[in-house]
Write a protein that binds this ligand. Structure first.
Ligand code: SF4
Ligand code: SF4
Length: 302
């Protein structure tokens, strides 16, 4: 059994307690316009090409024995159907203009990578965070992995968007120390407009998960459009508080929008939705106080 993973980020300090390894799984049922890991959305290996670093030498094209690369006026074109992922093109490129996102791991191989940092986990109170994309869509692998991590006494955090069948949570809840649960937008129409799907399942799963797991931290990205306020409005925050007050969740992180992922959209040849901005510090503080008013321990940032 293998899972498709696009990054293992070591020394991570924002995805759970202590110093952690964050493992990013490919594939997501949502396609949020502000996604800062756009290479996570597709459940297949992605090809990233940085046209700005390419000098047009065509070494990659010559290195490919399978005819998967053609170089033209628009730069490099990749044919997924012909590619065998031998990585000869990547090796041949002196400017590192090409990279893949996505590599298959079996549980043993991934545990081997994670175990390299065990001392750091133990000394910092850290562990492993499973993120993405949405890790729980690869649930058979995740179930096996979390059982193995628990058997090794490694702290497990799962970062989820919540849009998976509830039995995926039931299968792993006993082996997870902390869930980071994303609650993006309360209004169904706005949620669908900006993430690609409705939020009914996500809210329903959050309420059900709260009944079977007592350590959930809610994370809310806060995004303000230039022509549309998206979720940076008082009404959205109040409605979110009204949902959360019916749970035992007490900790909320408000994550202001940032645009650091723009370059990845460019390399993936994906369109970036420009009409987004970071709420002001005053707005963020006002939202934080609203959560505090409802009794939550609210923090700005991860
Ligand atoms: S990975 Fe191999 S097959 Fe795929 S484009 Fe590069 S050289 Fe060609
Ligand atoms: S080898 Fe690198 S620099 Fe040369 S054409 Fe290919 S991508 Fe561009």
């Amino acid at each position: 059994m293998e899972a498709l993973i696009f990054n293992i980020q070591r020394f991570s300090i924002h995805d759970g307690p202590g110093i952690r390894n964050t493992v990013f799984f490919k594939g997501c049922p949502l396609s949020c316009k502000w996604c800062h890991n756009p290479e996570s959305i597709n459940r297949e290996i992605d090809y990233l090409y940085n046209k700005g670093s390419c000098i047009g030498c065509r070494e990659c094209e010559r290195a490919c024995q399978y005819g998967a690369l053609t170089f033209g006026e628009e730069g490099l074109k990749w044919d997924r159907d012909k590619c065998v992922f031998c990585e000869e093109c990547i090796i041949s490129c002196v400017n590192s203009a090409i990279q893949f996102a996505g590599k298959y791991y079996d549980v043993e191989g991934l545990i081997g990578e994670i175990e390299k940092e065990r001392i750091i986990f133990e000394e910092s109170g850290g562990g492993v965070t499973l993120s993405g994309g949405e890790p729980l869509i690869q649930i058979d692998f995740i179930e096996k992995l979390v059982k193995e991590l628990k058997a090794r006494n490694i702290h497990v955090t799962v970062d989820t968007c919540g849009a998976v069948p509830f039995n995926h949570f039931e299968r792993i809840a006993d082996y997870v120390d902390l869930f980071l649960y994303d609650f993006k937008i309360f209004d169904e129409y706005t949620h669908r407009k900006y993430t690609g799907i409705g939020n009914e399942l996500i809210i329903d799963n959050l309420l059900k998960l709260d009944r079977i797991h007592k350590n959930i931290l809610c994370r809310i990205p806060v995004i303000k459009g230039k022509s549309d306020k998206i979720n940076a409005v008082d009404e959205n925050m109040t409605n979110t508080c009204e949902v959360l007050k019916n749970t035992d969740i007490r900790k909320v992180n408000l994550l202001p929008y940032h645009s650091t992922a723009v370059h990845k959209y460019y390399k993936l040849n994906m369109e970036y939705y420009e009409d987004m901005s970071r709420p002001s510090d005053e707005e963020m503080e006002r939202f934080r106080k609203m959560f505090e008013y409802y009794g939550f321990e609210a923090k700005i940032g991860g």
